[in-house]
Design a binder for this molecule. Sequence first.
Ligand code: DI6
Ligand code: FE
Length: 412
Amino acid sequence: MKTGEVRWDHLLYNCRAVDPRPDGRGYAITESAAIGIAGHQIVFCGSMSELPFAAAQCAEHLHDLAGRMVTPGLIDCHTHLVFAGNRADEFELRLGGADYQQIARAGGGIASTVRATRAASDDELLAQSLVRARALLDDGVTCIEIKSGYGLNLDSERRMLQTARRLAAALGIEVQATFLGLHALPPEFSERRDAYVSAVIEDWLPALHAEGLVDAVDAFCEGIAFSADEVRRLFVKARSLGVPVKLHADQLSDLGGAALCAEFDGRSADHIEYSGPAAVAAMAEHGTVAVLLPGAFYCLRETTLPPINALRHAGVAMAVSTDLNPGTSPVCSLRMAMNQACTLFRLTPAETFAGVTIHAARALGLADRKGRLQCGFDADLAIWNMNSPAELSYWIGAPGPHSIWIAGRERR
Ligand code: DI6
Ligand code: FE
């Protein structure tokens, strides 16, 4: 390459680059840093003094970041943000003394969001969901996972997954769509439980997978939802189709869900408040990420903590996510979940930062190209008016990032 030749599309310089460390111990910080972007990728990340040419000759577009902090774009690896309506009425009932499981058994809960979601038109569903997705982006998020599970019939589950794809296109971000057919038993199957489970496993999953709508499979393994045996059948089918699995596991009770998920080399076991030592050992052995969802813990006033110390000592990667959903976690801010992870679960801010970057990427199978500021990774960045990465977890309701970059393009 000759001196003076323009090589990259963008050079961001005069910044503090903060990368997570996989062990969650501190941060990898580069002062006076520069980040080169070509196409959708990071092609340089290091000290300005290591640039191959004078800054002006490195790239077509130069961006002086005036000392701001740059992190990988945040990743929200567990959301249910596609749905219609909301459940503020149940919030009031719970404050009046009803509990989540009682409301669910009385036909409220997930079933009430299913009614609203089925009734919404495609465009209404997209419009209502876009508001929530935009709120996440405004908070520094550049990659989102979205689950189905409020359709609970083939057509409405398909519409939810298609809405996730339309959201990705509308926002220009990467969205992973997860099929969560085994979320709740829909009313029309209330007397035919086995028929529902079989329809999801034998018919809907293969059909939606064949349509290219399924990036992963999830289920709600719980007393008020589906048993470990039913989930096992689902996972066997998913494996035969080559679809990765993950699980809502051990959230309200210990049905052995996290261990089951690990047994199937699950990408993540999520919630895990009631998981025991065997589950932690299985997750460590199989490299299954623990996705911690403190928003649901907070909203349900749960008191049983996930086994954080055991996970830490076993070296299980811990991700942090919003669980954004209308029932148990109407949390539209990943930084709020970061704060809750520190305050409620006693994660360190450095662990929490790793939990929304490198480990969240791993929970989505994207660890080779998202969640880090490294050459060859996607140019998904968040630029903050902050000095220290601990501020990401510390502030509550503070202004969002100065700007974000997604796939090499600046937003906002
Ligand atoms: N666990 C949860 O916390 C959400 N789904 C799940 O499987 C709750 C979903 C809802 O109440 O709408
Ligand atoms: Fe969830």
